[in-house]
Design a protein around this ligand. Structure first.
Ligand code: MSP
Length: 604
């Protein structure tokens, strides 16, 4: 730990399945983790923020096959490709310190050692697995755990599974886990504890199947060829291998383990609060200090999922509203521990009310008045009136409450506190009526004090919103020309004696026309139509005359790519000998990969 740091802080997000592009529901947890990491850094902690991708498992193997790619090519596309996972985190301004991919060599080798250690200590043994398997969730279930015969997590069909497999002695740890959940703050919110204890521990924890032989895309069990390690062992230990556990790639374990908190979605709380601590107990390792199970975002009342076609695209939303507004909306609107319902109306309304009317308006009114009445320069000194003291007291109360709420991961409450201060500052303008004070030279000193109080309330608010809207916070502090030393957490005290020089700028958050924007969003969410309609492939034979009238040419494929949102069409750029490139679409995407066709001579 560095000398001037307050301490180390290790926070993680779940590592994402790169099975298809991420939606706004996935971004929710990462934005929350980012806000927390930025808050801790602001306070002076030495933060390690880990995220990454969980790249093994049957689902990925199957999807890669469907796409005609190797599993590694498939995951590389989704993680590294255009608009992939890394691009998304860049767009959303996610300040992660480390990114792990479970296909990284150091992680794979570490997982093999970890598996062997649990085998050697007797906690992993060989048996036969008979039961049910949910492929999309990569979860094994016993009959009694199924809900109406279906997967209790996602409600989908499960399949029979029987194979030779290794098991982890989860049952051995049942009492210790129950004690951990019931008698400590390990798992929050508290409601999730009852869920875990009543649904999983009390009915009897069974040993867990931890290897598979029916597919190969996983970490091989090195002492028993044919077996691959169960994807959740591979996934959960990422939190430690990314710090250097059982590998030489990193050396951060002593500084950052145990983790301060794992943020996870509610459906994977079971893995993090039962299986994860049990495996750590098996290896005699310290447990993370906390697991926080956040709620799910639905869209218009329905589950967000690509297959339902209601995915909320973070790229589209960021382009239209700005990344900060989107980040703000996610954390201001939905209490972190509960489910929330995302609608476009709610998003636009939040931007208009909170950001345009309250925050944006306060900043633009204050800076415009500073300019108009003082040329942007406020003198130091001045006496505080009762109204000023009230504003100051409220600001101090807001800072204290904000900190309490942030420390409990109650982001929406923390932001509500900031808006208490912003609302009060807007009201302070109406109460002090600067435009009347400006009318006489006698009241100019009072006006100077009023404007300084407004600047100070804005400065403090800008520090508090920094973890949520880093760019907007900076823009506001730049307008107020706040020195670097006065932008930090330790400068959160309300001070009115200082001088100010402020600038003016364009509106930070322009108001959005709700009706027009909703119509535009609806239009944009319709599936894209191909530029050229093509005839469906037909078995029908053509007669000789039609054949004679047809123009067949040898063409060279200069470029070929998939058509967005179509699994049938390829778009070709062809050299047909005329000297002008020709564009055509062809419905052969199911049979050929575009890269196989580039450079080939075809008949068109
Ligand atoms: N790979 C596992 C996690 C392994 S961690 C050791 C996984 N991946 S996931 O991509 O399916 O989900 C990643 C996270 O996104 C989970 O925490 C999940 O809860 C979250 N969400 C997915 N859809 C969501 C919403 N609609 N709303 C909120 N969170 C959502 O699970």
């Amino acid at each position: 730990m560095c000398k001037q740091c307050k301490g180390n802080y290790y926070i993680t997000t779940p590592i994402y399945y790169p099975s298809s592009n991420l939606h706004i529901g996935h971004a929710y947890c990462t934005v929350a983790t980012d806000a927390m990491a930025r808050y801790k850094r602001l306070q002076g902690y030495n933060v390690k923020f880990l995220t990454g991708t969980d790249e093994h498992g049957q689902k990925i193997e199957d999807k890669a096959k469907e796409a005609g790619l190797t599993p590694q090519q498939f995951v590389d596309n989704i993680v590294l490709g255009e608009r992939g996972v890394l691009d998304l985190w860049k767009l959303m301004n996610i300040s992660y310190d480390r990114f792990i991919r479970t296909t990284d060599d150091y992680h794979v080798a570490a997982i093999q050692k970890i598996f062997k250690k649990m085998y050697d200590n007797g906690d992993i043994y060989k048996g036969a697995y008979r039961g049910k398997y949910c492929k999309p969730c990569e979860s094994f279930w016993t009959e009694s755990q199924l809900k109406d015969g279906k997967c209790p997590d996602c409600g989908r069909e499960v399949m029979d599974a029987e194979e030779e497999a290794y098991f982890f002695r989860l049952s051995k740890y049942a009492d210790r886990i129950q004690d951990l959940l019931e008698n400590t703050d390990f798992l929050e919110p508290r409601s999730r504890v009852n869920e875990m204890v009543n649904n999983f521990i009390k009915p009897g924890l069974e040993d867990l199947c931890v290897s598979r032989t029916s597919f190969t895309w996983g970490v091989p069990v090195d002492f028993d060829p044919g077996h691959v390690v169960y994807v959740w062992i591979d996934a959960l230990f990422n939190y430690m291998t990314a710090l250097g556990f059982e590998n030489d790639k990193y050396d951060d374990l002593k500084d950052f383990w145990p983790a301060d908190v794992h943020f996870v979605g509610k459906e994977i709380v079971r893995f993090h609060s039962i299986i994860w601590p049990a495996m750590l107990m098996s290896l005699d390792l310290p447990l993370p200090k906390k697991v926080y199970g956040h709620g799910w975002l639905n869209f218009n009342g329905e589950k967000m999922s690509k297959s339902r076609g209601n995915v909320v695209d973070p790229y589209l939303l960021s382009e239209r509203f700005g990344v900060d507004a989107l980040r703000f909306f996610l954390l201001r609107t939905f209490p972190f521990g509960s489910d929330g319902n995302f609608t476009n109306e709610l998003l636009i309304n939040t931007i208009n009310v909170d950001l345009a009317n309250v925050l944006g308006n306060l900043v633009s009114r204050t800076t415009a008045m500073n300019q108009k009445y003082f040329g942007g320069v406020l003198a130091e000194g001045g006496e505080a009136a009762e109204l000023d003291n009230e504003l100051k007291a409220l600001a101090e109360d807001v800072v204290a409450n904000y900190e309490k709420q942030m420390d409990k991961f109650q982001f929406s409450n923390a932001l509500a506190e900031v808006f208490r201060l912003l609302d009060r500052a807007n009201k302070y303008i109406d109460e002090t009526t600067p435009w009347i004070l400006a009318k006489s030279e006698d009241t100019k000193p009072r006006l100077n004090t009023v404007m300084k109080n407004l600047c100070e309330a804005i400065r403090i608010s800008a520090i508090l919103i920094c973890p949520f809207m880093p760019d907007s916070s900076k823009a506001i502090l730049d307008l107020l020309q706040v020195a670097e030393a006065d932008r930090v957490w330790d400068a959160r005290n309300y001070r009115v004696d200082t001088a100010w020089t402020t600038s003016t700028g364009a509106a930070l958050f322009p108001r959005i026309d709700m009706e027009k924007e909703l119509a535009a969003l609806e239009e944009l969410s319709k599936p894209a139509k191909p530029a050229i309609e093509i005839e469906p492939y037909s078995e029908e034979k053509v007669d000789f005359d039609t054949f004679c009238k047809s123009d067949f040419r040898a063409v060279k494929v200069k470029d070929c790519k998939n058509v967005k949102k179509s699994d049938k069409l390829l778009q070709f750029t062809l050299d047909d000998g005329t000297g002008v490139d020709r564009q055509i679409l062809s419905g052969i995407a199911k049979f050929y990969k575009p890269e196989e066709l580039i450079g080939k001579t075809l008949v068109a």
